[in-house]
Ligand binder design. Structure first.
Ligand code: SGN
Ligand code: CA
Length: 554
């Protein structure tokens, strides 16, 4: 009641103010916010960024009809920490969610709570991956932990439920149902629509698997990278397609085939020993009817493997794995794109397009074979950068590309400013509203800060922090080793040469170290905090504890 009253009051005051200004461009009602986030969606796999790998016509609409950010990045390239930064508007070292395992302190203010307080209708559907339920949403249905692709379980306010079908379609069905039937249409909404796809172990819908397992894709230039001229961290990371991508859960080779062919590589992490994990996760969850759709497809993949694998060189195995990886990963994305299309159509059909800010992003970037890798975590470009497309026809001109260094840290304040809700003073980002309105004068960020913590853990990427400017990237790998890396982003776009020790860059290093120290002070990070988080996580290893996350507390 009180909220409805506040909302109408805001509406009346805004209408009076706007009619006084006589500006037809301004919205007369607060905008809706539709936040769409996928999990591990690399910008390389959105055709608005590059059409080398896939066509994503629906996601591309947001760029055509809005703004495409080509230098958007995350502050810590991993799932739950990225989500914590988005929700709190704070760097990891302040919100405390340093990795996927540590609990999130739920006494912190998250931006949906502020929307709810301001009279918005709020909801969240899909993957949160937090270990606790969201605050500040009137309605939610979230996957437990990483969730399942096939016949997923959901945690809801009314208890747990399992829905038969494919996760990307189901999350969309739930989202559309809320938009159409559940919300109060007299109020503006802030809706978080968050996909599980295309997270590992990539499992497409049967229809898309059929389509994509016939395709082949261009290899990235750096697929056969041997990490020469890089530091220890790149050399010791465990995310190489040849050595760490699993034939069973990742490439969909059945344990029987593995045995028959005598495959002993790669070294499979214990949790997915014998391929149990993914095949259990997806194939073993299927109904008889679903199995009947998938099995001929899996048989064809296995037959191809049996016919070709034995005679392959390592290089050929790498190429084979890359193709299998891209077929499944991109097939998952194709479903995301179709489903984003369904939601955008709904907005069109219900006259909601013009005054809804639609945001499409990912919780981080991802390696699609660049440097021979899959996964994320590093400050290097493919995982540091993240896709970001924003459309709001009432405020943003169509078809604009923006190259400024924006971050997921900025989202909360952007949404709050769009809705004219005051952001708490301790949020650390900056609202993107000036950029969205075409005012780059009102934006003067020249460097961003990054800090990754989940080590020891999956994929063995060592802890590091760093500064990124448009020209350079300086990173300090401080645990286990004490190594600095510097990349010249203009001359070495693929980040193949660490020039930290190169005398030519001596002055650049001195200057960047000063700027990095200043950034750490500005954002409140320090050696002491770093040590505190090291001590806190001394005995944790995400390889082991990830499964414990599966069941969030209610
Ligand atoms: C799982 C994956 C990893 C992935 C982490 C974190 N392994 O552990 O490849 O890096 O999730 O991903 S898997 O064998 O289970 O597929 S995150 O997006 O949740 O941070
Ligand atoms: Ca992720």
């Amino acid at each position: 009641m009180y909220r409805t009253f506040t909302y109408f009051l805001v509406l009346i005051v805004m209408s009076i103010l706007l009619s006084c200004k006589g500006n037809e461009q301004e919205p007369t009602v607060p905008p809706n916010i539709l936040f769409i986030m996928s999990d591990d969606h690399a910008y390389q796999a959105i055709s608005a960024y590059s059409d080398q790998l896939i066509q994503t016509p629906n996601i591309d609409r947001l760029a055509k009809e809005g703004m495409l950010f080509t230098n958007a990045s995350v502050t810590n390239s991993i799932c739950a920490p990225s989500r914590a930064t988005i929700l709190t508007g704070k760097h990891t070292h302040l919100n405390g969610k340093i990795n996927n395992i540590m609990p999130f302190d739920t006494t912190q203010i998250t931006f949906p709570q502020l929307f709810q307080k301001a009279g918005y209708q709020t909801a969240m559907f899909g993957k949160l991956h937090f270990g606790n339920n969201p605050k500040g949403v009137d309605d939610f249905m979230i996957l437990p932990g990483q969730g399942s692709y096939i016949n997923p379980e959901f945690i809801t306010q009314k208890g747990d439920t399992t829905i038969i079908g494919y996760v990307t379609d189901i999350i969309t069905d739930i989202t559309l149902e809320w938009l159409d039937k559940k919300r109060d249409a007299t109020k503006p909404f802030m809706l978080m629509y968050m996909h599980k796809a295309p997270h590992r172990a990539w499992w497409p819908s049967a229809e898309k698997m059929k389509e994509f397992s016939k395709k082949s894709f261009p290899e990235p230039e750096t697929l056969f990278d041997d990490y020469t001229n890089r530091g220890t961290a790149a050399k010791t990371a465990e995310m190489n397609l040849l050595y760490h991508m699993d034939y069973t859960q990742d490439s969909k080779i059945m344990p029987e085939t593995i045995e028959e062919m005598g495959v002993v590589e790669p070294v499979i992490p214990p949790i997915i020993f014998n391929g149990e994990y993914a095949l259990k996760q997806s194939r073993n969850r299927m109904t008889k009817e679903q199995k009947a759709l998938y099995d001929p497809l899996l048989d064809a993949i296995n037959a191809d493997f049996k016919a070709n694998w034995k005679g392959m060189t390592n290089k050929e195995k790498m190429s084979w794995k890359y193709q299998r990886y891209m077929q499944d990963y991109l097939a998952c994305i194709s479903s995301v794109d179709d489903n984003v299309g369904r939601v955008l159509n709904y907005l069109d059909e219900n006259d909601l397009t013009n005054n809804t800010m639609v945001v499409y992003t990912s919780d981080q970037g991802f390696y699609l074979g660049e440097h021979g890798w899959f996964d994320k975590r590093f400050i290097y470009d493919e995982s540091f950068k993240t896709p970001l497309l924003i459309r709001w026809p009432n405020q943003i001109k169509a078809g604009i590309t923006n190259e400024e260094m924006v971050q997921n840290l900025d989202f909360a304040q952007t949404f709050l400013e769009a809705a004219q809700v005051k952001a708490p003073a301790d949020m650390q980002g900056e609202s993107l509203m000036p950029l969205l309105k075409g005012d780059s004068q009102g934006w003067n960020r020249e460097a961003v800060y990054y800090h990754y913590y989940e080590y020891p853990g999956w994929h063995s990427v060592k802890r590091h922090y760093g500064i990124v400017t448009k020209d350079y990237k300086l990173a300090h790998f401080y645990y286990d080793i004490d190594e600095w890396e510097l990349y010249d982003r203009k001359k070495d776009v693929h980040e193949m040469k660490n020039v930290y020790g190169d005398p030519e860059y001596k002055d650049v290093v001195v200057e960047l170290k000063k700027r990095l120290a200043k950034l750490r002070v500005k954002y409140g990070d320090s050696d002491e905090l770093q040590q505190k988080y090291l001590d806190m996580t001394k005995n944790t290893n995400s390889n082991i504890s990830e499964s414990e996350l599966k069941k969030p507390k209610h």
